[in-house]
Design a binder for this molecule. Structure first.
Ligand code: 5GP
Ligand code: MN
Length: 340
């Protein structure tokens, strides 16, 4: 189901507003990139704009233009509450259900502001007044580019906006390796380069800035914690809170770890189970037509995209992994032939 309320949103934005852009918990490159790109654009359209995230973003995004002005709900609570109360219009970027705002969800839901969704996940909830929700697109950052284009404002694009959109597309596609088999994605990247960004340099800032402990955590995850189940074409990695502590885990350090499990030949489903802040955070990845969105939704109250999804479970790490292992036989034949 696609929603493209461009005209209604354009009409709402036709006078200066107080706008709050909020993105989801555990914000990634696309969450921060799309929010900041939108913020730069809407400021140029004479709106007053504040960006908020429920919790901190990883250090490897701390080069992004405008990142220092982002309010973090878990750290700047009173300022965030004021920003929510002040807003005439709230934009949800890169997620599709206010529950992914954690503690801020209730305040945002209560707000009288007009609520707009800009997102590329499957199955947007009904709690938005207007939606731009297209799942067949690389990233919310790409959608922000399309939004600016639909508003007739490509002339307002600048290097800051271009850098943010680039970071969002690159991080949500594994450096243009998945979810981007679209001409438009590459046309936009070309346009961003034309606007003066240094793609190679930005890529290095995102991917070649590991700490030693992050790299060692990756090594440990693969050499000690990887379980391969050839009968189910499945591989998974488990990290306890003690493991994370041992490797001085910082936010963002496990980003991408699950992809190594999926990189094994004939492995079509990969998972990372991570014990963090009293819950088990799961990342699912898949190849071909095996939908980890449905899988996460049906069994773990999560969701996301067909080939990348996630969930948060209140059960113990052992019980969560046990449940996962017990479900696999139900999917044995589907996991065998994901390209048919
Ligand atoms: P990641 O594994 O990178 O944290 O998340 C992969 C995808 O799943 C992202 O698109 C993310 O938005 C989505 N996702 C992650 N965790 C959850 C969750 O707890 N609930 C839902 N509905 N989606 C999630
Ligand atoms: Mn995204």
């Amino acid at each position: 189901m696609e929603n493209t309320d461009f005209l209604n949103i354009a009409e709402k934005l036709s006078k200066p507003l107080q706008i709050l852009i909020t993105t989801h918990t555990n914000p990634d490159g696309d969450a921060i990139g799309s929010s900041l790109a939108l913020s730069f654009y809407l400021k140029k359209k004479n709106h007053t704009v504040q960006v908020m995230a429920p919790d901190p973003f990883p250090d490897f995004l701390a080069w992004m233009p405008g990142h220092e002005d982002i309010l973090i709900f878990s750290k700047d609570k009173s300022e965030c509450i004021r920003a929510i109360e002040r807003a005439d219009l709230i934009i949800a970027a890169d997620f599709n259900n206010f529950s992914r705002l954690n503690e801020a969800a209730v305040l945002v839901r209560q707000s009288k502001a007009v609520k707009v969704l800009i997102d590329h996940h499957l199955f947007a909830s009904d709690e938005f007044d207007y939606k731009i929700s297209i799942s067949r697109i690389s990233s919310t950052s790409e959608l922000v580019y399309n939004f600016i284009e639909a508003m007739g404002d490509l002339i307002l694009l600048d290097k800051n906006i271009a850098e943010c959109i680039y970071a969002g597309i690159i991080t949500d596609t594994g450096s243009l390796s998945y979810a981007c088999n679209y001409v438009n994605t590459y046309m936009i990247i070309a346009e961003l380069i034309r606007l003066g960004i240094d793609g190679e340099h930005l890529h290095r800032l995102i991917y070649d800035t590991y700490s030693e402990s992050r790299l060692r955590l990756l090594g440990y995850s693969i050499s000690d914690q990887l379980v391969v189940l050839p009968d189910y074409h499945t591989a998974f990695i488990t990290l306890s809170s003690a493991d994370l502590l041992k490797f001085n885990h910082q936010i963002g350090d496990t980003e991408g770890v699950v992809n190594y499990a999926l990189s094994i030949k004939d492995i079509n489903l990969a998972a990372l189970f991570m014990e963090r802040d009293g819950v088990v955070k799961i990342s699912f990845r898949s190849k071909g037509n095996f939908s980890v969105d449905s899988f996460a939704r049906e069994h773990f109250n999560g969701g996301g995209h067909r080939n990348a999804s996630g969930a948060n479970c209140e059960t113990s790490l052992e019980d969560t992994v046990l449940k996962f292992r017990q479900i696999l036989p139900l999917y044995q034949s589907k996991l065998k032939s994901v390209y048919s």
